[in-house]
Design a binder for this molecule. Sequence first.
Ligand code: ADP
Ligand code: MG
Length: 702
Amino acid sequence: MTPARSLLQAPIQFLKGVGPRRAERFAQLGVRTGRDLLFHLPYRYEDATTVNAIADIAVGSDVTVIGRVMAKGVLPVRSGLRVFRAVIRDETGRIECAWFGRPWLDRSIHSGDLLLVNGTVSFFHGLQLRPREYTVLARGGKGGGHAGGERAGSGFPAGTIFPVYHATQGLAHREVRVVVQRNLKRLLDEAGNDPLPSSWLESLTLPPLPEALGTLHQPRSLADIAPAQRRLAYEELFFLQLLHARARLRARSAGISFRAAPRLTNGFLESLPFRLTGAQRRAWEEIEADMGRRTPMNRLLQGDVGCGKTVVALLALLKAVEAGYQAAIMAPTELLADQHLRTFEKLIGPLGVDFVLLAGAVTGKARQRAMESIASGSAKLAVGTHALIQESVDFASLGCVVIDEQHRFGVEQRLRLRENTGASTPDVLVMSATPIPRSLALVAYGDLDLSVIDELPPGRRRVTTAVRGPISRDAAFDFLGEKLAEGQQAYVVYPLIEESEALEARAATAMFEDLEARYKDFSVRLLHGRMSSAEKDDAMRSFQAGDTQLLVCTTVIEVGIDVPNATVMLIEDAERFGLAQLHQLRGRVGRGAERSYCIAFGASAKPSERLRAFAEISNGFELAEADLRIRGQGDLFGKEQHGAALLRFADLCRDRDLLEDGRKRARAIVAADPELSRPEHRKLRGELELRYARREALSKIG
Ligand code: ADP
Ligand code: MG
């Protein structure tokens, strides 16, 4: 390969039709080289494959016509706006095409040219076509043209498909198209080297790379587009999984193999007033196997709210302790750390294991003592918030860390944790109650192993969910009152108003006053993020103890709070919440024996698709899938965090099968040849470096 001649590597400026000025504009689109241009794919297509006879055209319709230019010219209409007009004729009739604000077309479209035009038809002194796209099929009276061929029997030449590209200020999508078309052939010739073995592609019935790229830039038929897109998606998914597979391997540095008589874990299991569900057992077996190995565990434990993750996490902690190590669990908030502490008191206390709380509220002497007992190793278990990693807490021998609620902990924090733990790498179990589709989990947490608890403990009834418009509010609040009278507890939740925590607090406060007046016979309390932690704590404890019947709150209660006697939740302004968040909120009720209800107030009587899905689907994973379907991965809850932003070509709904396939292959390859040094893997290695040079370097540091 001679770099000087390689168009793929050439700066975009040196491609036909570009030059320095356009090169700057292309740079804004992230297109800096020929290769970038080749992979700057259309984001949609203008379908002009079905050609209409001009005689059949009606006002308001969207058409494609092909005809000869009979007459043309530029006319001013309003001040400053000039219109290029051309009358075209086919065998059946004639129509005027009017390009507003594009007078320069007069120089490129000539009388006698055979034009293909698509657009919508309006009425202006007769039918007028406002073109979206056009192409010159043949010049002045000559036949032929690139769209080629007569459609059998119809008497009209075949239509075409226009690729539409992302454009930017000063660089219209049509200009991008022209540049692509002018350089495509040479770029494709150079791209002949497919990084993926042809046998894989054959087994997946996907086209080779150059063919796929050619199709995407210049599709001959609409049917060719999807397989070509999937070809690119596959490559992307495969290499991302290859990256993950290698990162996993690197993380397998010196870890701890926990092997000891299951004194605590068995004692714990026997002390539980219930048996593990099948899904809990499976997850625990997976975790136990990980912990038995010398390589550190890196596992994501996913499960719907209330499915019993905490119990499984406790088993992991105890396993570390019974092998002579310390273990820690970290929660995103003080409230939740506190709740874990209470779980410890209840479930671990009887086992005689020493534990400490390390949260912001623990200060002064108490904090000092906690730190010392962690450092000396006398405290076997630590419960904490971020404080556990934010300060240099020295563990004597930290063996296992459970991180509760992944979505509030970043990957960096996960790494940080590793730094503070001395010689051997502790096992890490990340617990997430935000069900995300498996496909997304693989992309976002591909470096983690995945355990899923997809089953609720027996006897748990699904929460009856309804969506109500404004006119049904009163009835809903009456219903809530009845439940309070029956001795049950309830939540009224306010959305997080991003702009202003103050505003949110005010809305909740105003509502609180109303509700306090409405439910005079009951204790109503307020809980929002603006309150001091002592106040919050007090409100929450009072609700947990049953002294407060109604809690008016913001999303402070979002995660983890467990009050089995709470059976009703009203959610205000439900449209403002994401589906995942709504589902998490709903998980606060339905935790006891009584039937539970969740009523979401929508903006109007007719609920949005999202709220309808919320009412209909009770399984968190199914709901997450629905969310992916409705919103598309691009908008999915915090896409940065969830890794969907890593994907340019793949669509996690459409390409799930490819993801699974790519993952299997990637793992098998890395297992057999970690450094990808075998001859047959060299091409893969080269491509991996090309794609993820920076990322690979980063993960080496991590
Ligand atoms: P998560 O952490 O997944 O939200 P928890 O572990 O807090 O769920 O469990 C929710 C509730 O269900 C707790 O009260 C817990 O004691 C109870 N629980 C957990 N596992 C089981 C089980 N297998 N059978 C019955 N109840 C269970
Ligand atoms: Mg929990």
